[in-house]
Design a protein around this ligand. Structure first.
Ligand SMILES: [Zn+2]
Ligand SMILES: [Zn+2]
Length: 372
C-alpha cells in the first residue's frame, strides 16, 4: 500500500533543520504484513531525543531510514501467525522487540534482547525483512517501528496491546518516555511513599520518571541546566527544582538519583547528588565515545551503587499495563508531557525545538493525513 512518512536521507546535516531538512516527507510503498507481522494505522507519534540523536549523528544508523519509535495506533491487518492481535486493537509500539528466547530475554528486563538489538542495528524488522520501499529502493526501519508515518508494518513482538480507553497520545508516550523514565523508577528505584528521589535531566524521559515517582508517593527534586524546565518540573509535581550549580551550592543530596539527560556532565552531576550509601541509576544514552570521571575510592569508601538501565529495565508486556493502570487511576497524568501537537510536515522544525530544549514531547497526529 501507499503510505506517507518522514525519511532521514543523510546523517549529520547542520541545524537549523527547518532549512537543511534532513527528513523528507514523501510517499512510500509498504508491503503487507507476513507471518508474525501486523499492519498498524498510526494515530500518534512522539518525537524523542533518540530520533534527534540519529538526525545529528550521535547515534549512527544506516540510511535512508524512516524514523520514529514512540507511537501508537490501530491494528488493521495481522499476518498468518498472529493469534493474539486482531484488527481494531490499539497497540503501543516499543523500540526493542524481544525474541523471548535469548539470554537478554531471560534477564527480567535487565539486558536487551540480542536478536532485537541486531535487527535494530541493521534497520530491519525482527524477521530480518524490510517492508518499506521508495522508487524500488529499500527504506530501513527505525528500531523496528518507523512511526513517523501514516502506517507501519511491525513484528507483533514490537507492540503491546492496550485497552481502548487509553487515548492514542497517552499510549504513544507509554512506549518510550514512560517505559524508559518510569521503568527506571518502577523497576529499579522502587521508592516507598515519602522517599525523596532526585531526577537529573528534565526532558520527556526525566519528566516521566518524575511523574512515576509521584504516582508511587515519592517526593521529587528535579535538576536541569535549563531554567525553563525547572518551572515545568514543579508544575508536574516536583517539590523543588534547581540547576546543577544551585543544587551543589545548597548541598542537595538524595539516596536515589535518576539520570535521564544522556550526557557526561549530567551523569557526573547525578553521582555527585547521590548521598553516601545511595544509588545512581542512569538511563540516558550519551554519545558512544563519551567518558565520565568517577572516583573509584568514593565508590568503595562511600559504599555507592551505580546502575545502568536500558529502556528502564522494563519488560514492555509486563510494565505497559502497570503504567496504563496508574494512568487510569489518575495517578500518572502522562498527557502533561505533551508540549505541542504537530503535523508530520512540521517534523524538521520540531527537531529544532527539541534540540533547542524548547520541547518536552511534541506529538504528531495523523488523523486526516492523506494515505491509501
Ligand atoms: Zn525514545
Ligand atoms: Zn531475545
Amino acid at each position: 500500500m501507499k503510505i506517507r512518512g518522514a525519511v532521514l536521507e543523510e546523517i549529520g546535516r547542520a541545524p537549523k533543520y527547518a532549512d537543511s531538512t534532513p527528513l523528507t516527507i514523501c510517499d512510500l510503498e509498504l508491503d503487507e504484513p507476513a507471518g508474525d507481522e501486523i499492519l498498524v494505522r498510526i494515530e500518534c507519534a512522539g518525537i524523542c531525543h533518540s530520533d534527534l540523536s540519529v538526525v545529528n549523528g550521535d547515534r549512527v544508523r544506516p540510511v535512508p531510514m524512516l524514523l520514529g519509535h514512540e507511537a501508537a495506533g490501530i491494528v488493521e491487518q495481522a499476518g498468518d501467525s498472529v493469534t493474539d492481535l486482531v484488527p481494531g486493537d490499539r497497540v503501543v509500539m516499543t523500540f526493542l522487540p524481544r525474541c523471548g528466547q535469548c539470554r537478554g530475554c531471560r534477564s527480567n528486563g535487565l539486558l536487551p534482547c540480542s536478536e532485537g538489538t541486531a535487527s535494530n542495528t541493521k534497520g530491519t524488522l525482527l524477521s530480518g525483512q524490510v517492508r518499506l520501499h521508495r522508487g524500488g529502493e529499500d527504506v530501513l526501519h527505525h528500531l523496528g517501528v518507523s512511526g513517523f508515518a501514516t502506517h507501519a508494518v511491525v513484528d507483533k513482538r514490537s507492540v503491546v496491546k492496550v485497552p481502548a480507553d487509553v487515548p492514542p497520545e497517552v499510549a504513544a508516550l507509554l512506549g518510550c518516555a514512560v517505559l524508559t523514565g518510569g521503568g527506571a523508577v518502577l523497576n529499579l528505584a522502587r521508592p516507598e511513599p515519602g522517599d525523596t528521589l532526585v531526577v537529573v535531566g528534565l526532558g520527556g524521559v526525566g519528566m516521566a520518571a518524575l511523574l512515576t515517582a509521584r504516582a508511587l508517593g515519592a517526593e521529587v527534586i528535579g535538576i536541569d541546566a535549563n531554567e525553563e524546565k525547572l518551572g515545568q518540573a514543579r508544575s508536574l509535581g516536583a517539590s523543588a527544582a534547581y540547576t546543577p550549580a544551585a543544587a551543589a551550592e545548597l548541598g542537595i543530596t538524595a539516596p536515589t538519583v535518576v539520570e535521564a539527560a544522556g550526557n557526561t556532565r549530567a551523569f557526573e552531576t547525578a553521582v555527585a547528588l547521590t548521598e553516601p550509601g545511595g544509588t545512581t541509576i542512569t538511563v540516558g544514552l550519551p554519545a558512544p565515545d563519551a567518558m565520565a570521571q568517577v572516583s573509584p575510592l568514593m565508590l568503595v569508601a562511600e559504599a555507592r551503587t551505580i546502575i545502568g538501565s536500558y529502556l528502564g529495565s522494563a519488560v514492555p508486556a509486563r510494565d505497559v499495563p502497570v503504567f496504563a493502570d496508574l494512568w487510569r487511576q489518575g495517578r500518572l497524568p502522562v498527557e502533561k508531557l505533551v508540549s505541542a501537537r504537530i503535523r508530520l510536515e512540521d517534523i524538521n522544525a520540531a527537531m529544532d525545538d527539541l534540540a533547542g530544549g524548547r520541547a518536552l514531547r511534541q506529538i504528531i497526529h495523523f488523523e486526516g493525513e492523506a494515505s491509501g
